[in-house]
Design a binder for this molecule. Structure first.
Ligand code: GDP
Ligand code: MG
Length: 455
């Protein structure tokens, strides 16, 4: 996902890297290219304008900061602006217990799938038991689809038999949830291929009678900026409380999510990243902006790592992220873990600094690259791995000779390490605490490490 926009932006940043500092002229050039990248990704024009204005102001305001290279400086500004664009309207979101959530959207946008995902999410986070109410009476098969999905997520489903009255079914579902003492009722509704008045009237009547705690619009990420117009129409008629962007795992270019975040005035609450009930994530602006900019998704990486590493390694990684001090030993451990994690190109795209490494290489080539990296690190002394900054020219030559590689290979690996270390060490503080919590670890009680782990 986001491959094109990410590549485009990376090229813009690269061009700036050779320059001495940010000036009116080179910022203007870069902004023109960022504009093309965003429009190509199908981001709404008004959103693009506001975004670029913010970047221009901040980039020129920063021109005095001499220590960073202009490329890095510009990435920093773009990321902050992207964050603030995506984070517009977000904030704490808590559903009361019990609650009713109504899902609306065009046909095929992912409503029924999202109903099951929400049941799974709230069962995992809050131990709720859900009722999935099939109120899409346009397609009789919709009821069966929801019943099957409900079975997968251990939720109840309603009604048992098809009825043609959507509003009546929804009301009966609420009574059923009440009788069965269920905490969450997700109401799945009908969609059309385009917005039409009878559909809107039915949904408005349903909302009036159900009084749901939240009405969520489900939009398909592949619909680009068209999603903004669709969302405005639903919002104008129904009053939305949130948006779920589905199919972010597909060939989404970014236009849908950026246009909605920047243009709608309603928070994005969740994103769908696959077809199974587990593929739902709370919307996280920081994580998304890092992905769009190709900076690597550290949280996603650690989550994947948790499945592949043993628990102690994962804890250690999380501790590094919180306390700082990510060194080459951690890097080596990461690479070993990556090899266990499945399709390497997919994993590497998440790792800061590894995106280029992953591009255009086949699995076999990647495997060779990983083996070479492992050989280089094996040729370092433990002290060098703990303190990579001591690796000067003569050490590099020794390491290259010892591992049967070249100093250019050693340099490349060190650069990859530095970029990963920067991402990990940048997670100390509040962000790290959030990440620990997401991993189910208690940030106030860091795991005790055995002395040999610290060497
Ligand atoms: P509805 O018509 O709005 O109820 O849409 P459905 O929930 O039936 O979804 C339509 C299709 O999109 C189904 O084949 C789903 O499996 C698929 N789908 C839904 N959400 C996602 C997602 O986040 N990622 C992917 N890859 N497919 C999805
Ligand atoms: Mg459906």
């Amino acid at each position: 996902m986001f491959d094109r926009i990410t590549d485009r932006l990376t090229a813009v940043f690269k061009k700036l890297t050779g320059r001495g500092r940010l000036t009116e002229a080179n910022v203007s050039d870069a902004l023109r290219e960022v504009r093309v990248a965003l429009l190509e990704a199908d981001v709404n024009l008004a959103v693009v304008k506001v975004f670029l204005e913010g970047v221009r102001e901040n980039a020129l305001g920063e021109a005095v900061l001499g220590s960073l290279t202009p490329g890095q400086q510009f990435i920093g500004v773009v990321q902050r602006e992207l964050n603030s664009l995506l984070a517009r309207n977000t904030g704490e979101f808590n559903l009361p217990v019990p609650a009713t959530v109504m899902l609306v959207g065009l046909q095929g946008s992912g409503k029924t799938t999202t109903a099951a995902k929400l049941a799974r999410w709230y069962s995992k986070h809050g131990d709720r038991r859900s009722l999935l109410a099939a109120c899409d009476v346009q397609r009789p098969a919709a009821r069966e689809q929801l019943e099957i999905l409900a079975g997968h997520v251990e939720a109840e489903s309603f009604p048992e038999k098809f009825t043609a009255d959507a509003v009546g079914t929804a009301l009966a579902a609420l009574r059923q949830a009440d009788r069965r003492n269920l905490d969450l009722t997700v109401v799945d509704t009908a969609g059309r291929l385009q917005i039409d008045e009878p559909l809107m009237a039915e949904l408005a009547e349903m909302k009036g009678k159900l009084r749901p705690q939240a009405v969520f619009l489900v939009v398909d990420a592949a619909s680009g900026q068209e999603a903004l117009g669709i969302a405005e129409a639903f919002h104008g008629r129904l009053g939305l409380d949130g948006v779920v962007v589905s199919r972010l795992d597909g060939d989404a270019r970014g236009g849908c999510i950026l246009s909605i975040a920047g243009g709608l005035g309603v928070p994005i609450r969740f994103v769908g990243t696959g077809e199974t009930p587990n593929d739902l994530e709370p919307f996280d602006p920081d994580r998304l902006s890092r992905r769009i900019l190709g900076l690597g998704d550290v949280v996603g990486l650690v989550e994947k790592a948790r499945d592949a590493f043993d628990a102690r390694q994962a804890e250690r990684l999380a501790e590094r992220a919180v306390k700082g001090g990510f060194d080459m030993e951690d890097f080596a451990e990461q690479l070993r873990g990556i090899q266990k994690m499945g399709r390497m190109a997919d994993i590497l795209a998440l790792v800061p600094g590894m995106r280029q490494f992953a591009q255009g290489a086949d699995e076999e080539g990647l495997d060779r690259g990983m083996k070479r990296a492992a050989a280089i690190m094996d040729s370092m002394t433990p002290y060098e791995r703990r303190h990579p900054s001591v690796i000067d020219g003569s050490r590099r030559r020794r390491i290259a000779a010892g591992s049967g590689t070249t100093t250019a290979d050693v340099n490349r690996l060190l650069a990859q390490y530095r970029s990963m270390a920067k991402a990990f060490n940048g997670l100390s503080g509040k962000k790290g605490r959030r990440m620990m919590q997401r991993l189910g670890l208690d940030p106030d009680r860091l795991p005790e490490l055995p002395p040999e782990a610290l060497r």
